[in-house]
Design a protein around this ligand. Structure first.
Ligand SMILES: Nc1ncnc2c1ncn2[C@@H]1O[C@H](COP(=O)(O)OP(=O)(O)OP(=O)(O)O)[C@@H](O)[C@H]1O
Length: 401
């Protein structure tokens, strides 16, 4: 590993009148990584995360940020917290102001930014989490998912390099959880370092590129998810179950039923692996479906309704909050609200057409992901832009031949 951005070196900690919450923990976090701290209740995950921005101070051992040991005077802590943002498990702990706008502005105002810069920071952060239009609303009347987004916006407004999320999906419904995880992905792909704590192994397996497995205040293992989660002994010691997809893959691998390789992380990767095993290669199909792509910021609902009326679209998915708001406004029924790209690729592979509605940089992300899949699998998938000026639904754009 190159020089870690965050380093915890042999840290111990005990709460007053409590047993050891951290019993000599050493952990290194690389810049730009997506790390999940995984472990059962009481393993010490939150305690470890609270060390990272100085909210707790180790009884012994050292925490370093960017190569320097943390200092715990007020000024140093303020500087640190600007660079290492912390999103609490329960947003009610974090939200303090009477309106969404005032709450998100709290950090930038405290940093002493001039009013113009505060306004810009609030607008950008709310836009990022898809809460434009919520500025004047009282946060305590929002849904759990919306409150979580307000809390995230409040941290984003300070533009930290590291984002720490304690149990980011706790209490959220499955769709809201996936949306928050997609947001975390977006933040990581923008170059931020993201750490989460969770006991959801399925989520950690899919999302993280590095796992730190904890139990009783100690680190049991660290490494790539497919390695850590393939060790049943370790998981049992941490009172966890392996992720279903990986467990199934490992069982098929042991029986020699599926071609070896890096374990799959999604249904799409798994089905491809099985096809390769069955046929020796990914079979070419005469007819693949089309994936239509629509920019919700530049398209009216009519173009989409036209596609549906002409029977050209079998499934519709939306990525990102702005796109979902657009679909809601235009009364477009959504089949997919998360994992949208992979689901549409799976449908295209069996000859069905889908439409992905999204906005901004996500449009390029969709083209890139589908192009990448086409190149890897050798199956050319067509992406057809919809509704952009001068482009009709029939104008095809080949992303890979
Ligand atoms: N404020 C506190 N006061 C006293 N003991 C605490 C406090 N917070 C945590 N502990 C104890 O410290 C240990 C580690 O707790 P921690 O919250 O870090 O675990 P965790 O892995 O985050 O658990 P969970 O998944 O339940 O959030 C536990 O034994 C817990 O009871």
């Amino acid at each position: 590993m190159t020089t870690p951005l965050l380093e915890i070196d042999n840290v111990t900690y005990a709460y007053p009148n409590g047993p050891a919450a951290l019993a000599g923990v050493s952990v290194r976090i690389a810049a730009g990584s997506k790390t999940a701290l995984v472990g059962p209740n009481g393993a010490g995950k939150s305690t470890l995360l609270l060390m990272l921005n100085g909210m707790l101070r180790p009884a012994s051992g050292t925490v370093r940020f960017d190569g320097r040991p943390l200092a715990y005077d007020t000024r140093s802590l303020r500087d640190l917290r600007r660079r290492v943002g912390f999103v609490f498990q329960n947003p009610d702990v974090q939200i303090i102001a009477p309106t969404v706008e005032a709450d998100v502005a709290f950090g930038p105002v405290n940093l002493g930014l001039p009013p113009d810069a505060v306004r810009r920071a609030v607008r950008d952060a709310l836009g990022y989490v898809g809460l434009h239009g919520y500025e004047k609303r009282p946060p305590h009347h929002l849904s759990g998912g919306e409150k979580k987004r307000v809390a995230i916006a409040g941290i984003l407004a300070m533009e930290p390099a590291v984002l720490v999320f304690d149990e980011p999906t706790n209490t959220l419904d499955p769709a809201s959880s996936e949306e928050v995880m997609e947001l975390l992905d977006e933040l990581a792909s923008g170059g931020r370092t993201v750490l989460i704590s969770t006991h959801d192994v399925e989520l950690a397996y899919r999302w993280a590129d590095s796992i730190i497995l904890m139990e009783r205040g100690s680190v049991l293992a660290r490494g790539p998810p497919e390695e850590v989660f393939s060790d049943h002994g370790l998981l049992a010691a941490a009172r966890l179950k392996p992720p279903a997809l990986l467990d199934l893959y490992n069982e098929l691998d042991l029986r020699g039923i599926v071609a070896r390789g890096v374990p799959p992380k999604s249904v799409l990767e798994f089905t491809d692996r099985i096809e390769r095993t069955l046929h020796g290669h990914v079979p070419a199909r005469d007819e693949t479906g089309t994936i239509y792509l629509c920019d919700a910021d530049r398209t009216g609902g009519d173009a989409i309704r036209q596609l549906a009326e002409e029977g050209r679209v079998d499934h519709v998915g939306a990525m990102g909050t702005r796109a979902k708001e657009f679909a809601n406004r235009e009364r477009i029924l959504l089949d997919y609200t998360y994992g949208v790209i992979d689901k549409c690729i799976l449908k295209a592979l069996i000859g069905e057409n889908s439409l992905i509605i999204t906005t901004g940089g996500m449009l390029d992300h969709v083209r890139h992901r589908i192009g990448e899949y086409s190149a890897e699998s050798g199956r050319a998938l067509a992406v057809t832009p919809v509704g952009e000026p001068g482009i009709t639904g029939r104008c095809r754009e080949r992303v890979a031949e």
